[in-house]
Design a protein around this ligand. Structure first.
Ligand code: SAM
Length: 322
């Protein structure tokens, strides 16, 4: 996967070089290029905003800068061709672990499983084959498969559709994601309308609150998406059993020691009986979801036993209480 981010604060995206994302870069699973929007500005002050038509507070980001920036990023031309991909912050760690397995302090240990780069990859161009320059930003149809090969432009905005685990899973199979980070009162709407000529466009919100800028939203989205790409997590089961993958919240987790400050780990987890442990985890997941997010239950396939467990928390499962 190739990720391009357009922002007026390139340094804000530095966390993408660390931990699992840094590892994905190191392995060539992902390439990230961060572009300074001001490279496309036209004046000595490198202006990217202006006052809003119709009056009102704040400033709006101008289309005359965003338009050419997104044109160039789609085609990897102009200033977009000059940005070097981010380098992983983890190179030293992989160099010392050798082939086989990597432990990086994220609680993930495991082999490279998808062959999309391998141990010790350079992080540039060794991944999905979509990392080079000269992307076709024209018709969108690749002429052979009928697939729309235009990059996906993601515009974070509080006014967007909610970003969910389902969205993350859908985007994790994309070859190219381009993010447009708004600031001030946001980006002139015509930029989004016009970009549909060269991109598939999605406007998304990461929650019902207002951030200062889109950069943090990009970090959130990139983490959620990239960890779902095969080979990024050491153990696939990690994300298959996470909250939201089956529509429920995950239950509590425990590790050593067995007893800590007078609190014991539930006996069933020490029983060695996998069927019992699985049933206990399902029950805990149902209980936690019923207590904290009953709204999620409406979309989950529930067995008769699942319903009994939930009834113990919220009573009969009805349209009103979930
Ligand atoms: N005037 C805008 C509104 O009320 O919808 C808010 C603009 S906000 C101050 C500036 C930028 O932060 C947005 O353009 C967007 O990129 C980002 N942003 C803020 N809140 C967000 C959210 N909940 N989800 C995604 N992006 C957000």
């Amino acid at each position: 996967m190739r990720i391009d981010v357009v922002t007026i604060f390139p340094g804000y995206l530095d966390p993408l070089r660390h931990a699992l994302l840094g590892k994905a870069i190191e392995r060539g699973i992902m390439t990230v290029a961060v572009h300074d929007l001001r490279s496309w500005s036209h004046d000595v002050h490198r202006t990217v905003d202006d006052s809003p038509f119709g009056g009102g507070p704040g400033m709006v980001m101008v289309p005359t800068v965003w338009g050419p920036a997104l044109d160039d990023v789609a085609a990897l031309t102009g200033p977009a061709a000059e940005s070097s991909p981010l380098e992983t912050a983890l190179a030293h760690k992989l160099a010392h672990t050798g082939a086989g397995s990597v432990t990086d302090g994220d609680g993930t240990t495991g082999p490279v499983t998808d062959g999309s780069g391998g141990e010790g990859g350079t992080g540039e161009g060794a991944g999905s084959g979509t990392t080079g320059s000269g992307s076709d930003c024209g018709s969108g149809d690749d002429g052979t498969t009928g697939r729309d090969d235009r990059p996906l432009l993601i515009v974070p905005t509080p006014a967007g559709a909610p970003f969910t685990q389902e969205t993350a899973a859908r985007w994790s199979t994309e070859d190219r994601l381009v993010f447009a980070c708004g600031r001030y009162e946001g980006i002139d709407q015509r930029v989004v309308d016009d970009a549909a000529e060269r991109y598939r466009v999605e406007e998304v919100s990461i929650g019902d609150y207002v951030l200062i800028g889109g950069e943090v939203a990009v970090l959130v989205i990139a983490e959620a998406v990239v960890r779902l790409i095969p080979g990024v997590l050491g153990n696939r089961r990690s994300h298959e059993e996470d909250s939201f993958s089956d529509g429920l919240l995950e239950g509590p987790s425990y590790t050593k020691p067995r007893e800590w400050r007078g609190l014991a780990v539930p006996d069933v987890l020490l029983s060695g009986n996998h069927a019992l442990v699985d049933r206990w985890r399902r029950d805990q997941s149902l209980i936690r979801t019923a207590e904290r997010r009953p709204d999620l239950l409406a979309d989950v396939d529930l067995s008769a036993r699942d319903r009994e467990i939930i009834q113990g928390v919220i009573g009969e499962v009805t349209e009103e209480n979930c």
